[in-house]
Design a protein around this ligand. Structure first.
Ligand SMILES: *[C@@H]1O[C@H](CO)[C@@H](O)[C@H](O)[C@H]1NC(C)=O
Ligand SMILES: *[C@@H]1O[C@H](CO)[C@@H](O)[C@H](O)[C@H]1NC(C)=O
Ligand SMILES: *[C@@H]1O[C@H](CO)[C@@H](O)[C@H](O)[C@H]1NC(C)=O
Ligand SMILES: *[C@@H]1O[C@H](CO)[C@@H](O)[C@H](O)[C@H]1NC(C)=O
Ligand SMILES: *[C@@H]1O[C@H](CO)[C@@H](O)[C@H](O)[C@H]1NC(C)=O
Ligand SMILES: *[C@@H]1O[C@H](CO)[C@@H](O)[C@H](O)[C@H]1NC(C)=O
Ligand SMILES: *[C@@H]1O[C@H](CO)[C@@H](O)[C@H](O)[C@H]1NC(C)=O
Ligand SMILES: *[C@@H]1O[C@H](CO)[C@@H](O)[C@H](O)[C@H]1NC(C)=O
Ligand SMILES: *[C@@H]1O[C@H](CO)[C@@H](O)[C@H](O)[C@H]1NC(C)=O
Ligand SMILES: *[C@@H]1O[C@H](CO)[C@@H](O)[C@H](O)[C@H]1NC(C)=O
Ligand SMILES: *[C@@H]1O[C@H](CO)[C@@H](O)[C@H](O)[C@H]1NC(C)=O
Length: 477
């Protein structure tokens, strides 16, 4: 995997003369790039993409005697700059460190000869990382490369159904980094067919007809009161340790928290971060768990409204699977959106939910299966595969049936209560029944109070995009 990244870079490096040379490159020890991948699972989805770390060993290839008939992709944008809000917080902590007048001692001593990784890059906040806006010419983790690599892997794996395609529409929200990810993905998919992008508005007025139904749900709230009980001693420990090493350095627990994001985004932007070395493993576990709890109660099953929000995209997936005459003929559906929308969807799909709420006072190690950063790292991708399998019966006639299964970040994740099909898949009609049960009382429009922001009660873009222009202007969000 690492080799292929480097190879890919060499290919693209030959074109670099054609583009303007970035004004600023961050200093990084090239030999260290790629040595921090073991930290990605702790960094709450802000570090670069990684495959799902728990593998149930179900082969990624389809079982024998099965043929793919449809694939749906729901994917997150790739590696990016911090958001404006997180970026400003990192900068505030940087100012504090930069105002310190003595030499740094201990784990922060690397700062004595260090150039801040976000220097001169404030105008790039929110953006996907690309060859053009990169701070490090050798960074293999650019969002642009991730999207292109994903497309190449996708086209190899699904060559059998891509072969027959002449026109393909790819769906994206109108967030610029999401759109850019879709664009790079499309470019790398090849020139065997015409690709168009349908750009769906994130504005609440889109109602249900959007890839980001969370924004159309006025009743949603972050549910963050729950976090008040979270033990933040791990942050105090960091403050004390760095303070003991550096007399007069007055960091706060907020600064300590910001340093984790500094670590994550610096790896993402330049390939390596010295800042990551200041943490003990226990602290990384606490930081990671804090983010799991926060997201569990804001965008996953711990928030009572998530079922309503997630039902919008999940229901459309079921409609596409049932392949009625409106959508028949098209068997590839690719959509790009944000991490929260994917989490909402997975909450309804029913994976990584063991019916045990995450606790705030301690880490429930053995009951802890919801890891936000593992489900939706940057570049996350959830595939829904539909396939037809044939089976010889006793009288040697052949019967066929259709099945569904889900692949998250390249690992097959079976539905806990429905996986008796080949390769632990779920028989199509059983899956549709299972799915309809899960959204029976979801009622997005009513439960979310959508009426206050929009009159659009249903998602229609997957079946009316040919007749309706979905071309919203891009936004930085
Ligand atoms: C998980 O294991 C299966 C079976 O060995 C393999 O096909 C698949 O590629 C593995 N996925 C990852 C991400 O390693
Ligand atoms: C970014 O955040 C700063 C400070 O919070 C604010 O002044 C500025 O308007 C924000 N920029 C954008 C583009 O949202
Ligand atoms: C010191 O901190 C202030 C804000 O508190 C900031 O404006 C200033 O740029 C900082 N100085 C340095 C050298 O970073
Ligand atoms: C592709 O087209 C060929 C010829 O029309 C057909 O036999 C084959 O079943 C198609 N494959 C798929 C996956 O639709
Ligand atoms: C793409 O669209 C153009 C114009 O509609 C058409 O001429 C061309 O044949 C299409 N290419 C493919 C590969 O289908
Ligand atoms: C840190 O706090 C101490 C005591 O409040 C104060 O004397 C010192 O100036 C502060 N140092 C910095 C760098 O702000
Ligand atoms: C889990 O937490 C949610 C939200 O706080 C609550 O509605 C639900 O009843 C809890 N479930 C269990 C099994 O404790
Ligand atoms: C699911 O989608 C179908 C087809 O678009 C629609 O008729 C139905 O109302 C939707 N159901 C829910 C619960 O959203
Ligand atoms: C097919 O699905 C579309 C979208 O949900 C719906 O409008 C249409 O009525 C369905 N057609 C049939 C025949 O079920
Ligand atoms: C919904 O439709 C009604 C009646 O046409 C209209 O008065 C109202 O402003 C619309 N609401 C929104 C949020 O668009
Ligand atoms: C989208 O397309 C419509 C119809 O062609 C056009 O009127 C509208 O201005 C376009 N909107 C944007 C943002 O390009």
């Amino acid at each position: 995997m690492y080799q292929s990244i480097i190879f890919y870079f060499c290919l693209t490096a030959t074109t670099i003369l054609g583009i303007s040379v970035p004004s600023y490159f961050h200093k990084v020890d090239i030999a260290k790039i790629g040595t921090q991948e073991h930290l990605f699972p702790f960094l709450a989805g802000s570090a670069p993409y990684f495959d799902y770390p728990t593998n149930y060993s179900i082969p990624r290839d389809l079982p024998d005697d099965c043929q793919l008939t449809q694939v749906q992709v729901l994917a997150r944008h790739g590696e990016r700059y911090p958001t404006n809000s997180t970026g400003r917080k990192i900068i505030n902590t940087w100012y504090k460190l930069n105002n310190y007048t003595r030499d740094f001692e201990g784990s922060l001593s690397f700062l004595n000869s260090y150039e801040f990784f976000l220097k001169d890059k404030f105008d790039q906040f929110e953006a996907l990382t690309t060859q053009e806006n990169s701070i490090s010419p050798l960074n293999p983790y650019l969002g642009e490369y991730d999207a292109k690599r994903h497309a190449l892997e996708f086209s190899q794996r699904y060559e059998s159904i891509l072969r027959n395609v002449t026109d393909l529409t790819i769906f994206t929200s109108n967030s610029k980094r999401v759109y850019d990810t879709a664009k790079y993905f499309s470019e790398a998919l090849g020139d065997g067919f015409n690709i168009s992008l349908a750009v769906l508005d994130e504005d609440p007025s889109s109602g249900a007809n959007t890839l980001t139904p969370g924004y159309s749900c006025p009743k949603w709230n972050e549910n963050d009161g729950i976090l008040e009980g979270f033990n933040t001693d791990y942050l105090t420990d960091i403050v004390k340790r760095l303070g003991a090493e550096n007399k007069g350095l007055n960091l706060t627990t907020t600064d300590a928290y910001n340093l984790f994001n500094w670590c994550a985004f610096e790896i993402s932007l330049s390939g390596y971060s010295e800042m990551c070395s200041i943490f003990k493993i226990e602290e990384l576990i606490q930081f990671s768990y804090y983010n799991d709890v926060a997201n569990y109660y804001s965008d996953f099953v711990g928030n009572p409204l998530i079922k309503a929000i997630g039902s919008v995209l999940f229901n459309s997936s079921m409609t596409l699977l049932s392949n009625n005459e409106t959508t028949a003929g098209q068997n590839i559906w690719i959509s790009f959106t944000h991490d929260t929308d994917m989490l909402n969807y997975m909450a309804v799909l029913g994976i990584m939910d063991n019916n045990k709420n995450l606790t705030v006072n301690s880490v429930p190690f053995q009951d802890h299966i919801f890891h936000k950063g593992w489900l939706v790292p940057t570049g996350a991708r959830l595939y829904t595969e539909k396939f037809q399998c044939s089976k010889k019966t006793n009288d040697s006639s052949v019967t066929t049936a259709e099945y569904v299964r889900h692949v998250l970040n390249d690992v097959v994740i079976p539905i806990e209560s429905c996986h008796s099909g080949p390769g632990f898949s779920c028989e199509l009609h059983e899956f549709l029944k299972y799915g309809r049960d899960r959204i029976r009382d979801a009622d997005f429009y009513k439960n979310c109070g959508v009426r206050d922001v929009s009159n659009t009660t249903e998602l229609t873009f997957y079946w009316d995009y040919k007749n309706k222009p979905y071309n919203s202007s891009l936004i930085l969000q």
